[in-house]
Write a new protein. Sequence first.
Length: 216
Amino acid sequence: MKLRYSPLIKQSVRLGEHINPHKKLSWKQANKLKNVVNRSKKQSDFGSDLLEYRRLTSVYGGLTKSSFTKLSKSAFRAPGLSNINLLYKLEARLDTCLYRLGFANSFGMAKQLVNHKFVQLNGRTHTVSSYELKPGDIVTLKTRNYSVPAWIKTNPCPPVNIEVDYAALRFIYLYPAQYVHLTAKIKDIPLASENPLASENPTVSDINSTNVNVVS
C-alpha cells in the first residue's frame, strides 16, 4: 500500500470523482469537486488510461505499481477474461475481504489489523494483507479488544461468497466474488502488462454481460 501524504479530497479532485463515499464532504469541498467534474478538457488515450488506472488503484486502498503489475500478469496467465480475473484477484485479497465485511472501515485499517498480527489464517497468525484467499480459507480476528460496529451486527449485508460469524469474529472464504461494487466510475478496467492481447480486453459493459456484476 502506498503511503498517503495528501487529503483524500485532493486525490478526488485529481481523479475528478469522490473516491471515498463513506466520508461526507463539506459544501466547499463538494462544490470544488463539482467544478472539476464539469470542466471540459481534452484528454489523450494515454491520459485516459492513466486516469482509469489511478481510479481503480485508489478504490482498493492505493495499490502500488508493482503490486498492480503482478496482479495483472497473473490475471493474463489465468484462463478466461483477463479483466474479470483481475477483479477476482482484487476481491480475494485479505484486506479487501476484511473491508467488505465491515471488520475495517477503510483499507488502511484492514492492512493495519493484519500487520499488527490481529488476524489468523487457518489457525496461524498472518501478516500479509495482500494474500489472495483460496476457497475454504478460515480467517479469524484474535483480538479481544475489537468490537464490530453495531449497525453491522443489527443489519449485516456481507458478500454472498463469504460466510461470516460476527459473534466469533470469523469468516470463511467460499468462492470468488460474483458481484463487485466499485465506488468510482471506471469506464475500462486497466491492465498493466505488455501482453499483445491487452488491446482486446473487454470494457466494463462487456464484463456486465458475464457472470460478474460490476457496479460503479
